[in-house]
Design a protein around this ligand. Sequence first.
Ligand SMILES: Cc1cc2nc3c(=O)[nH]c(=O)nc-3n(C[C@H](O)[C@H](O)[C@H](O)COP(=O)(O)O)c2cc1C
Ligand SMILES: Nc1ncnc2c1ncn2[C@@H]1O[C@H](COP(=O)(O)OP(=O)(O)O)[C@@H](O)[C@H]1O
Length: 304
Amino acid sequence: MQYVRELECYQEQRKAAVTLGKFDGLHRGHQKLVSRVKAHASKEVVSVVFAFDMAPLYERLGKQKKSLMTGKERYEHLDGQTDYLIDCPFTEEISGMEAETFIKEVLVDQFHAAYIAVGTDFHFGHEKRGDIHMLKQYAGIYGYELEVVDKELYQGREISSTYIKEEVRAGHMEVARELLGYPYAMSGVVEHGRKLGRKLGIPTMNITPDIGKLAPPNGVYACRVRIDGNYYQGIGNLGNKPTVDADGKLILEVNVFSFDRETYGQTIQVELLSFVRPERKFASVEELKSQMEADIAAIKRREL
Ligand SMILES: Cc1cc2nc3c(=O)[nH]c(=O)nc-3n(C[C@H](O)[C@H](O)[C@H](O)COP(=O)(O)O)c2cc1C
Ligand SMILES: Nc1ncnc2c1ncn2[C@@H]1O[C@H](COP(=O)(O)OP(=O)(O)O)[C@@H](O)[C@H]1O
């Protein structure tokens, strides 16, 4: 998959099957759009996911908005699926562009769009004047096919990034997984900690979650951990471990079952499968240790 950050860098001459949106989370609804674009790709037509990266806008507005996925995660999820991922920064130039200009100059002249798939509520262009009606109106004039794809539903409610964020914030990881179509995960490089874990007989790989990534509630989670392309069961604590640390820094610590290797400096991915209990401040390290052992035993019992 080719990754394009600056629009000027898109030089493809072939026609394109394009889907447009923010694609935060690449949830089941987004995946439906991607599969429609893939179905319209061929030797002559490339498949394109055109994602607006909203971070520059949030920065301009001074907003600290958390996302379901980082740009890197979006790339990794799509890699191998489509020919192109456009990760277009939502700059003032892009947000100020008239919707008609975006259709003509970007979709038609630059992308040679032959097929466009969007969700029912897709809006674009200056003051969000562009919508599915405008895209439909120009389809005949510019000769592209437009498909408006209905929202995927979960228990009668439309799947959206907002809906998934609510579930992640509530620690409902099983529901978030249903909506996303894959488990909610956090990735990072294994850092050195205080080496207390090993002393307690419960070593933990420590990672710092990406600052822009939405964190579920602090607490203990049943996890699946990807290390070097292999998957392991484990247990993690997301929080600031108030029993032993006072710096308040958010960290994810996982003890990986049936694993005994150094992983410092390696990137691991931790899927947060299910919330077990909130993080607590214990009166002593001994109390913390017995609770950690009880957590591990409970999870192992559940998995057997
Ligand atoms: C299953 C599990 C549950 C944990 N629960 C808590 C907790 O409730 N409160 C807390 O302060 N730390 C908790 N921790 C974090 C521990 O404090 C931490 O793993 C330990 O201090 C080792 O830190 P180190 O990696 O720096 O050596 C938990 C860790 C695990 C693996
Ligand atoms: N089963 C395991 N689960 C987690 N980490 C393990 C495991 N086996 C070995 N390790 C290694 O031990 C390190 C964690 O030990 P720990 O004493 O908690 O140190 P730190 O305080 O640096 O995290 C991890 O970085 C990892 O490389």
